[in-house]
Design a binder for this molecule. Structure first.
Ligand SMILES: CC(C)(COP(=O)(O)OP(=O)(O)OC[C@H]1O[C@@H](n2cnc3c(N)ncnc32)[C@H](O)[C@@H]1OP(=O)(O)O)[C@@H](O)C(=O)NCCC(=O)NCCS
Length: 158
């Protein structure tokens, strides 16, 4: 499969937002019925976040010909005040369109994110995933990510 990768520019904003919508919809369907799906306020905030990350973070787009089929987005953050000072690369969002999965695109996107993180002298890289998202967790483990904290929730309305 002939896939090209490139850093996103502001001209890609709409395509990235569309891929982000697919990610949200899939997460809602498979993992989390409490996710706020796309409202005007959410869409506006998403566009702001994408713009900020294109400017100051890392946003890489994967294309099949001219068709955007996957992306990764993240940024550099400081550690919280209760940890020693660390530069942490936060892998915030990643999505590969369904027909393009299991061809190594996710792997290539993470490699590119790691190169960016190292270029920014990050000490660590972090990602948060739904506990039952096995494909994503397997992928991260392959890259040497280890469990750090585990968040537990209980539904009190049932
Ligand atoms: C997770 C995701 C990004 C993987 O992308 P991909 O391009 O299919 O990944 P790759 O082809 O590079 O696969 C790399 C590794 O991921 C893991 N993996 C990918 N798909 C998997 C699946 N269906 N089941 C189990 N492990 C899987 C495997 O460890 C795989 O390595 P292997 O092929 O040697 O077994 C993609 O499935 C996706 O977009 N999922 C929905 C959105 C999502 O979950 N995003 C992450 C949010 S935290």
């Amino acid at each position: 499969m002939n896939i090209t990768f490139r850093a996103a520019t502001i001209r890609d904003l709409k395509d990235i937002q569309n891929l982000g919508t697919k990610l949200t919809n899939e997460e809602y369907r498979r993992f989390d019925k409490t996710i706020l799906k796309h409202t005007k306020i959410r869409d506006k905030k998403d566009r702001k976040d994408i713009r900020r990350n294109i400017k100051n973070g890392c946003v890489v787009l994967a294309l099949a010909g001219k068709l955007p089929v996957a992306y990764i987005l993240g940024s550099l953050e400081k550690s919280s005040p209760y940890r020693i000072p660390l530069r942490i690369a936060n892998l915030e969002l990643m999505y590969v369109s369904k027909n393009y999965r299991r061809f190594g695109i996710g792997t290539k996107l993470i490699k590119k994110f790691l190169i960016w993180a190292k270029s920014k002298k990050a000490d660590r890289i972090k990602v948060v995933a739904y506990a039952s998202n096995n494909e994503a967790i397997n992928l991260y483990r392959k890259f040497g990510f280890n469990d750090y904290t585990i968040r537990l929730e209980k539904n009190l309305t049932k």
